[in-house]
Structures are given as structure tokens and as C-alpha cells.
Design a protein around this ligand. Structure first.
Ligand code: NA7
Length: 541
């Protein structure tokens, strides 16, 4: 019995997180013959789609693109019901994947990893869980998600609130019924934009507290017509092949010329066509929208017209116009009936830009000296994105160095995959990779495949460790910054830049070079014998 336990506590690989990334990592590592343990803080698999159960929660990438492509059989057998998948349907899909590939025996649920330290004597990661568990692993894979550390703003008085409050990113499992209630929603990013129309239909009164208006595109959601989708974009595999070489990990045509080369009428017609395609197709409308202020302004003007068309009261429409940052420099939202919701009698909007929320009182929220009385508060206030869930684990590399400390002036990685001083540690969709700027599933598959190949390479070459070099990491960090600086992204206070978390360094975290070119760079790294990495031979441990 003791033998068995000891053996179970020593594995080849530990994966942290059982969302899209962790599940696929487990499948691939098992395929290499590695004993692998996955730790998941939630009581079920699904990651983002386990936690984000708020009303209206839905993916802004189409179902046919937001699924794994590693298994043709899986692609063939799963049927999505809508063009954009609901949270519950994605969760059911991931549960199906966990069962179909018999992943569950290697997943420990309800287990949060608190820390992991690299032992230079043994070249192993010693992983600790919050409940006091301990596992030793040669490889450590952080599949912790980019948007998983939910952030409730530090508002005075929240403890005194007499009603219930929620965060969209950690929504209760039981149904929340707002019927007959006065509800506040704080935040108008993707989660607010999705939940506001649904909550408005249920609640007696809804007050939206808006700090920054978003750009939101109609989803044009509908029951999925597989045949029509096939005619437009080919089979799911053909869609994926195009997505893999694209900029955003999506199969739509991209960058059809400059916005400034068209007449006003042509440009409007082109943008109308993109609008009709629905959702994130808008991103690829022009080649220069993210780099040229004038091109961007033309798209902004189109959005302003659309919002004015959709909102009846001109004063309310003006409040909803995003004015002080360029289109695309904060995450563009995808909505169903968002702007029209402000035409309802039971919905009001409070601007908290100039006059922030002062405090939460037992009865509601105080803004500009006015108390807004509500029965429930929904914080759709976002996440400590990209780094929050990684640094929440006390990761210690060579000589006990702390990752959180190393990243205190901004994340430093090589290719968003590895960190100098942290051998055999891999990040799935880490900062410095396209990640949140792309279709996450495409980027996750690309990363997990690359990591699995790198691990196989280490094993086959008889090395003990693979570790990013400082020179490789420095050059990559500079490159990520250089690409971002050639665009308009620094002109917005976005979570891409850490601007939503007080005290977080202002560094543009994801890589803007595009999914296709980035994957090519990763492939070259592997083909070139991992030149930006050092492989430590076993006898030099
Ligand atoms: P986001 O996109 O970070 O949105 C959070 C929203 O909450 C945003 O409008 C914030 O305004 C607002 N916010 C945050 N703190 C406050 C305070 N203290 N007062 C008022 N308003 C506040 O998170 P989501 O969950 O909507 O979306 C995350 C991603 O999930 C999304 O990008 C998609 O990729 C899917 P701000 O803009 O910071 O002024």
C-alpha cells in the first residue's frame, strides 16, 4: 500500500488545470508514455467554462472553430447546436472529451496547487497542493488559463452589502433568479455585454455601471447550419487549416487592403458586409486598422453610427460610444441585443468614469453622492489576466528564485512557452504568445503539441532538462514589445496591458505577430534544435 502511494506521488509530469489546455496536455503526454497527474481547483473539468456560468455566457468564437481538431473522430461525432456555443454546451463538450479519452483517472479535482519548487539536485519539480499534498514531477505544465484569476474591485463597504453579490467569473452552480429584483451590473466588457441583455429580461430593474464603453459587434447567432457553414468555410478540418496560418486563429478572410484606400461609401459597404458575417470577422476588415490612427478612426466612426442606430435615446447612445481609445485595442465584444437593451424601460446606465463608485452600502452602490439601491450586484469586472493564475502558484526555479518576483516588472518568457531559470516548466498560452488575441483553442493545440514534442526531444536526447536561455528570453521580450509598439495598443487602458489591476506593471503581454507567423517561429525553434534553449545533460545535474 505504501509502495503504491509512493509510486503515485512520483510522476513524469504534472499539469495544473483541467480546461481545454490541461485536458489536451494530459492526452498528449499520456500518448508519449508519460505518467501524468492533472490538478484542478474546480470540482469539475472545463476551466473557464466551468467557472463562467453567468447568464448569457457564450463563446465569441464560432463553435466549429472553438473545438479540438486533434482527433478527426471527435470532430466528426460532436454536434454543436448554435453558431456560437453557450457555456453549458462547451462544458458538456469538455466533459465528453474527458470521458471519451478516459482522462478522468489522472485528474484530481478540488485540488489547488499552491507552489512548486525546482530541486537542482534531482532536476525535479516538487509540487505542493493547498491541502498539503505533494508530488514530484520531472515536467511541470501550467495550463492555468489566461482569464482565470477573477477580480472583484477593492470597494469599501462590500462586506456590509445586505443583498447577494456575484462575480461573472466564479458564478454559483445553482440557478440564480433575479425575478422581481433590482440588480446592478458593474463592468461592460465581454461578460457585462453578454449578461446585461439576459439579466434585463429577468430583473425588475437593472442599473449598469459603465466605466469604459466597449466596441460590440452583433454576433448574428443562430441555430448551426452545418451544411451552410461547410459551403462557406469548408469542412471543420479545412477551417482549422486556414485558422492555423491566420493572424487571429479564425478562418475568415483577413486584411483586405487599407481602410484609407476606399471611398467613404466603399468602406461603409465593406464594414456592413463584415457586420453581417457577425462577430470577430470585423477584426480582419482592413490591414491597417491596428496601426494607422486614421484607418482606425474610420472604423470607430462606423461603430458610432451603428450604436446611434441601435439606441433610441440619443443621450443614452452618446454615453455608450467608445471615444477615448482606438477600435481593437481593448477586446472587442460580441453581443446579442446589447445596445437594444438600453431601450428598455427597466434599464438605466450610470457613468462611473468621471465619478467612480465611492462605496458599497448595505443597500447598494454610492456614486457621486447618490445611493443606487439594489438587491443584487453582479461584478463583471474581469480578471488579473495572463499572469494572475500563474503567479498565484508560488513557483521557485533555480536557486529558489520566485517567478512572481522575476515578473514583478512584467512577464518575461521565451516564446510565451518557457522561462529562463525555470527548467522543464512550460506555460500553455503564456504571456508573450498570441493567446488572448487569438482563438484560444487553436493556440492551445499549437502550444500543447509543441510542448509534447519538446518533452519527447528532451527524453530522446537523454538530457535532464530543457531551459530557455536568458539571451533567447531577452530577445523575445524585446520582439514582443517592438511588435506591440508598432501598433496602437498602448493607447488604451486594457487588461492586455495589465491596466485593470492597480499596481500591475504596464506591459503589453500577448504577442501581436499573429497565430500563423508565431507557430512558424515555434516550428523553426524545434527544427533548429531548440537554439533558444539550453539542454542540461543528465550527468551535469
Ligand atoms: P473585462 O473585459 O476586463 O471587463 C471588465 C469590465 O469591468 C470593464 O468594463 C472595466 O472597465 C470594468 N471595471 C473593472 N473594475 C471596475 C471598477 N472598479 N468600477 C467600474 N468598472 C470596473 O472582463 P470580462 O470578464 O468582461 O471579459 C474578459 C474576457 O473574457 C474578454 O475579453 C473575452 O476575452 C472573454 P475598464 O474597461 O477597465 O474601464
Amino acid at each position: 500500500m505504501i509502495m503504491e502511494r509512493d509510486m503515485r506521488d512520483t510522476v513524469d509530469a504534472v499539469v495544473v488545470g483541467a480546461g481545454f489546455a490541461g485536458l489536451y496536455a494530459l492526452h498528449r503526454l499520456r500518448g508519449l508514455g508519460l505518467s501524468t497527474r492533472v490538478f484542478e481547483a474546480g470540482s469539475g473539468v472545463g476551466g473557464t467554462w466551468f467557472w463562467n456560468r453567468y447568464p448569457g455566457a457564450r463563446c465569441d468564437v464560432e463553435s466549429l472553430d472553438y473545438q479540438y481538431a486533434f482527433s478527426p473522430e471527435l470532430l466528426d461525432e460532436w454536434r454543436w447546436s448554435e453558431r456560437y456555443p453557450r457555456q453549458g454546451e462547451i462544458l458538456a463538450y469538455l466533459e465528453h472529451v474527458a470521458d471519451r479519452f478516459a482522462l478522468r483517472p489522472d485528474i484530481e479535482l478540488n485540488t489547488r496547487v499552491s507552489g512548486a519548487a525546482f530541486d537542482e539536485e534531482t532536476s525535479r519539480w516538487e509540487v505542493e497542493t493547498e491541502a498539503g499534498g505533494h508530488v514530484s514531477a520531472r515536467f511541470l505544465i501550467m495550463a492555468t488559463g489566461c482569464l482565470s484569476a477573477a477580480r472583484v474591485p477593492d470597494l469599501p463597504g462590500l462586506d456590509s452589502f445586505a443583498g447577494r453579490w456575484f462575480h461573472t467569473g466564479s458564478w454559483p452552480h445553482e440557478e440564480v433568479d433575479f425575478t422581481g429584483q433590482r440588480v446592478a451590473v458593474v463592468g461592460t466588457g465581454s461578460s457585462g455585454v453578454q449578461s446585461i441583455p439576459v439579466i434585463a429580461q429577468q430583473a425588475d430593474q437593472l442599473v449598469v455601471f459603465q466605466r469604459t464603453p466597449s466596441f460590440s459587434v452583433p454576433a448574428v447567432n443562430e441555430p448551426l447550419d452545418v451544411e451552410a457553414a461547410r459551403r462557406q468555410h469548408g469542412t471543420p478540418m479545412q477551417r482549422r487549416a486556414r485558422a492555423r496560418v491566420s493572424i487571429g486563429g479564425l478562418p475568415y478572410p483577413e486584411h483586405e487592403g487599407s481602410a484609407l484606400e476606399m471611398s467613404d461609401e466603399e468602406r461603409t459597404r465593406h464594414l456592413e458586409e463584415r457586420s453581417r458575417m457577425g462577430g470577430l470577422a470585423m477584426y480582419g476588415a482592413f490591414s491597417d486598422v491596428m496601426v494607422d490612427q486614421d484607418a482606425n478612426a474610420a472604423v470607430v466612426a462606423f461603430f458610432h453610427d451603428k450604436i446611434r442606430e441601435r439606441v433610441d435615446d440619443p443621450a443614452v447612445a452618446e454615453r455608450l460610444l467608445p471615444r477615448d481609445y482606438p477600435f481593437g485595442t481593448k477586446r472587442v465584444c460580441v453581443d446579442t441585443g446589447y445596445y437594444e437593451t438600453f431601450n428598455r424601460d427597466n434599464v438605466t446606465i450610470v457613468d462611473v468614469r468621471e465619478s467612480p463608485i465611492e462605496e458599497i452600502t448595505p443597500r447598494g452602490l454610492r456614486v457621486g453622492g447618490v445611493e443606487h439601491e439594489v438587491d443584487a450586484i453582479v461584478f463583471a469586472t474581469g480578471f488579473d489576466a495572463m499572469t494572475g493564475a500563474v503567479t498565484a502558484v508560488d513557483l521557485r526555479g533555480r536557486a529558489g528564485a520566485s517567478l512572481a518576483q522575476k515578473w514583478s516588472a512584467g512577464p518575461r518568457t521565451y516564446l510565451g512557452l518557457a522561462v529562463a531559470g525555470f527548467p522543464n516548466l512550460f506555460l500553455v498560452t503564456g504571456p508573450g504568445s498570441p493567446s488572448v488575441l487569438s482563438n484560444m483553442v487553436v493556440s492551445i493545440e499549437q502550444h500543447v503539441d509543441w510542448i509534447a514534442d519538446a518533452i519527447a526531444h528532451v527524453r530522446d536526447s537523454g538530457a535532464a532538462c530543457i531551459e530557455a536561455t536568458v539571451a533567447g528570453e531577452d530577445a523575445w521580450v524585446d520582439h514582443v514589445d517592438e511588435v506591440a509598439s508598432s501598433t496602437l495598443v498602448h493607447r488604451a487602458n486594457s487588461w492586455y496591458l495589465g491596466a485593470n489591476v492597480p499596481g500591475k506593471p504596464r506591459v503589453f503581454m500577448p504577442y501581436m505577430g499573429g497565430v500563423g507567423p508565431y507557430a512558424q517561429r515555434c516550428d523553426e525553434e524545434a527544427r533548429g534544435g531548440y537554439a533558444g534553449f539550453a539542454l542540461t545533460p543528465t550527468d551535469r545535474r
